[in-house]
Ligand binder design. Structure first.
Ligand SMILES: NC(=O)c1ccc[n+]([C@@H]2O[C@H](COP(=O)([O-])OP(=O)(O)OC[C@H]3O[C@@H](n4cnc5c(N)ncnc54)[C@H](OP(=O)(O)O)[C@@H]3O)[C@@H](O)[C@H]2O)c1
Length: 324
């Protein structure tokens, strides 16, 4: 049984609050401290979420010897500095997606964690849910035959108030925010890195970030993936894998239901089957527990940190085309 980890949360934004709330469902993790760049924000967050200690600087939290693991919940380009500092401080790290904005950044973070002997994981929380593993195993068992197409989408609607997702200096836009999931899913199913990438997009006139984007990926062994994202649309999500003999479809791929997750399996000449995962768990609690198990040597990482390098390579390639 892994030891219970005391978590320190860095950043007090939207996802930090979700993580703090869901950690109550974790078996091997408790809230220890939160850090904000501004003292009063940290105090407010701590009061709201029942966090025992609040710090007014990230460094002060990292210097707290009672904290075992850090959850990095800052905007994408700010992950690198926090991860490097956390590794140096000897903390295990769960870093929000995308771990780094370039493959080089990811490599630097992985090297720092290895040098410090700490565990570093990228927080693609959907990957630790059993429904995602069911999709993987169903494909691996050959139930849909040879994979030909991987389709996915992640759309939602943002308002006009300031949001880090609308800020081009923070790699805002749909690509880094949610396209990273579709890239991760496509690479997971293909089991290899794409050798060709095509993309079309619309940058917001006022924001300058990709507000709608469609991407095609070709994989060396044959499968083709396509995905689209929009941050200016109604919420719409799905992921589908189409093979020679059948297809798998999920309409909640990125946050499978904690109690009742479902995946639809259609095979040639057979009635549609619904594959069910009951009580799969809350994704943020699952990933905190997964990190504790990896730290204790009781599990191999479901996605090793090295996987972030390939994801960031696709992200950065498309970003550089959008912002030459
Ligand atoms: N896994 C998921 O489901 C999921 C969902 C949403 C977001 N995310 C990821 O989590 C990260 C944070 O997203 P979020 O939605 O929580 O963002 P957010 O609400 O804007 O919060 C980001 C926090 O980071 C801190 N920060 C540090 N440097 C900053 C800067 N230069 N500008 C703005 N804030 C800064 C701020 O906290 P202090 O001021 O207190 O220091 C801020 O509250 C992103 O990488 C995103 O991709 C993951």
């Amino acid at each position: 049984m892994p030891e219970t980890l005391r978590w320190g949360i860095i950043g007090t934004g939207m996802i930090a609050g979700v993580f703090a709330k869901d950690l109550a469902q974790a078996r091997f993790g408790v809230l220890g401290a939160v850090a904000s760049r501004r003292g009063e924000k940290g105090q407010e967050f701590a009061g709201k979420h029942g966090v025992p200690t609040a710090y007014g600087s990230y460094d002060d939290l990292l210097a707290d010897g009672d904290i075992d693991a850090i959850y990095v919940a800052t905007p994408h380009p700010c992950h690198r500095d926090v991860v490097l500092a956390a590794a140096k401080a000897g903390k295990h790290i769960l870093c929000e997606k995308p771990m780094g904005v370039t493959p080089e950044e990811c490599e630097e973070m992985i090297a720092a964690a290895a040098a410090a002997g700490v565990t570093l994981l990228e927080a693609f929380m959907y990957r630790v849910h059993p429904a995602t593993r069911l999709i993987q195993s169903t494909v691996a068992e050959g139930r849909i035959g040879q994979v030909k197409l991987i389709r996915s989408s992640f759309c939602y609607g943002l308002g006009n108030a300031y949001n880090v997702r609308l800020d081009p200096t923070l790699r805002g836009g749909g690509l880094y925010d949610v396209g990273c999931y579709c890239i991760n899913f496509s690479r997971m199913i293909a089991g290899e890195e794409p050798d060709d990438i095509s993309a079309v997009w619309t940058l917001g006139e006022e924001t300058g970030v990709d507000e709608s984007l469609a991407v095609g990926l070709h994989f060396p062994s044959g499968p083709v993936a396509q995905f689209d994202v929009s941050i200016r649309s109604m919420g719409d999500v799905f992921a589908e894998v189409v093979g020679t003999d059948g297809a798998l479809l999920t309409t909640s791929p990125w946050k499978p239901h904690p109690e009742k997750a479902e995946v639809e399996l259609r095979c040639k000449g057979k009635p549609t089957e619904t594959l069910r995962v009951n009580d799969g768990g809350h994704v943020f609690a699952l990933e905190a527990d997964h990190l504790a198990q990896v730290v204790a040597g009781e599990a191999d990482p479901i996605i090793p940190a090295e996987n972030a390098v390939g994801n960031a390579a696709v992200l950065d390639t498309i970003w550089r085309r959008m912002h030459p």
